[in-house]
Design a protein around this ligand. Structure first.
Ligand code: NAD
Length: 479
């Protein structure tokens, strides 16, 4: 409430996984909320052209891969026929259901939706140009900036060429090309490369660094890299795109390896996925007194307040990691601060999940970070070849890894590689946030037979008495 007893007016710019949870929470706390977005319903990139449609397509890709792998169990299926229109329609239906549902939730909370593009004229004036070309100026006491991010473009790469796509273009599933190049071996490149490879395209990935998913733990990436080598036509590491000629029906790409050798390949489609950058341009941030850093992220304090006290920011626009769950958590925290409560963004563990096959997930400290920090940390690994549940799934390539403080035994980091790693990592995040020790994990009864037991057994391995590891190979943790 304001001093005069009226509800606080909050304007939220951007209705993605930062903006809409913030708007909903603020309404739940009694604020008078306006939510501005270019789309009619909440959802943002995550729901319309990111996490949700890509996971729908990855589920379909996983089904295809499973039918192929079932031969080992004596089950054979005919090669799948893919009705691309039906698959696209199903994926679009998932998106419609979710975004439509959010629209209903928004109405139920009486959050006002303003469809258009917003720009600050001053710290206290927001101008929204609507789709009909009208200008609206929603009144607000506090604003939250949640405008997200967009794909980085490779210098010299044609942007509007018909056969060159970003992630949004690839998720639209225009066709299944015979040959496809993915530029960038990160999250998006590998996830969408997996989809197109399962649907029948011969996919090559070109990555400028020496390994796929450069930010992730090498132990976790290894099983993904092995499977990707089998699923993709080629994985070209330490390679860059030295030239592109984009035509109507194909794209000619000159590839340069680290030895300086060049070769030219022709692809029907090219997906560029070399990172994302914050959407801070054309928002009138200067006029609003909101400062951005050298990389374009809005500068925020612990409560996500920008350099202008009336304006907060959350999500991709407010800094790395650019992940939907970080955005939601951060945005709800900003609402707490706006409501006058004490709030600070100080997570000990932000889980990251790459939905490849197998999935990889991690949270807290990684082994490389531990080494770099000079902290006394011990590491234990539980290979899924010793997990009964992994054997029943015929997926024994996985690994569960635990990092803990060598003195206190507090869990500092968890890494998992294997099917459902993205679901399993939540236990690791909870353990770290709660200050759990390795012993807590080992002494928690985990259901059998499940993959969750691999966390308990990694903890047992750390303590030197893991039931399913032979004494000789028992990893007792090391400094
Ligand atoms: P990314 O940072 O994950 O990967 C980009 C890759 O491109 C890196 O490996 C980088 O070395 C490489 N690269 C950069 N320039 C290159 C060039 N010129 N030639 C060849 N390789 C080059 O970025 P992304 O895959 O575009 O995804 C963007 C962000 O979106 C991610 O960082 C993540 O925050 C988010 N995202 C998350 C998920 C998820 O949570 N599962 C999925 C998709 C995207």
């Amino acid at each position: 409430m304001t001093a005069s007893g009226e509800a606080r007016r909050l304007a939220v710019v951007g209705a993605g996984p930062a903006g809409y949870p913030a708007a909903f929470y603020a309404a739940d706390l009694g604020m008078d909320v306006t939510l501005v977005d270019t789309r009619a319903d909440p959802g943002g990139v995550c729901l319309y052209c990111g996490c949700i449609p890509s996971k729908a397509l990855l589920h379909a890709a996983g089904l295809i891969a499973e039918t192929r792998a079932a031969g080992a169990m004596g089950l054979s299926f005919a090669a799948p026929t893919v009705d691309l229109d039906a698959l696209r329609g199903w994926k679009d239906g998932v998106v419609r259901k979710l975004t439509g549902g959010l629209g209903q939730l928004r109405k139920g909370r009486k959050v006002r939706m303003l469809q258009g593009r917003a720009r600050f004229a001053s710290p206290s004036r927001l101008v929204v140009r609507t789709a009909e070309g009208k200008e609206e100026t929603p009144a607000f006491d506090v604003a939250l900036l949640a405008t997200g991010s967009r794909p980085v473009q490779v210098p010299g790469f044609p942007v509007d060429a018909p056969r060159v796509m970003d992630s949004t273009g690839a998720l639209a599933l225009p066709d299944v090309p015979e040959r496809m190049l993915v530029v960038g071996g990160g999250y998006i490149g590998l996830e969408l490369g997996t989809v197109y490879a399962a649907l029948g395209a011969r996919v090559s990935v070109v990555e400028m660094l020496p390994g796929l998913l450069p930010g992730a733990d090498r132990d976790l990436v290894a099983p993904v890299a092995r499977r990707a080598e089998a699923a993709f036509e080629s994985i070209l590491l330490e390679t860059r795109v030295a030239g592109v000629r984009a035509g109507e029906s194909d794209v000619e790409v000159k590839l340069a390896g680290k030895d300086g050798g060049e070769r030219t390949e022709v692809y029907e489609r090219v997906l560029v996925a070399v990172g994302r950058r914050p959407n801070t341009a054309d928002l009138g941030l200067e006029a609003a007194g909101v400062a951005v850093d050298r990389r374009g992220f809005v500068q925020v304090d612990g409560a996500r307040r920008t350099t202008e006290p009336r304006i907060f920011a959350a999500g991709d626009v407010a800094g790395e990691p650019m992940l939907a769950h970080k955005a939601t958590h951060e945005a709800r925290l900003a609402v707490e601060a706006i409501a006058g409560r004490r709030a600070a963004f100080e997570p000990r563990a932000i889980p990251a999940v790459v939905f490849t096959d197998p999935e990889i997930a991690w949270c807290g400290l990684t082994e490389a970070e531990a080494k770099g920090s000079g902290r006394s940390v011990r590491v234990a690994r539980f290979p899924w070849s010793a997990s009964g549940r992994a054997l029943t799934l015929d997926r024994t390539e996985g690994l569960t890894k635990l990092l803990a403080d060598a003195d206190s035994g507090r869990v500092l980091g968890v890494g998992i590689s294997g099917p459902h790693a993205g679901d399993l990592i939540a236990e690791g995040a909870l353990a770290i946030e709660m200050g759990a020790t390795v012993e807590d994990l080992a002494l928690t009864i985990h259901p059998h037979p499940t993959l969750s037991e691999t966390l308990m057994e990694a903890a047992e391995a750390y303590l030197g008495h893991c039931t399913h590891l032979a004494p000789a190979t028992r990893p007792t943790g090391r400094k």
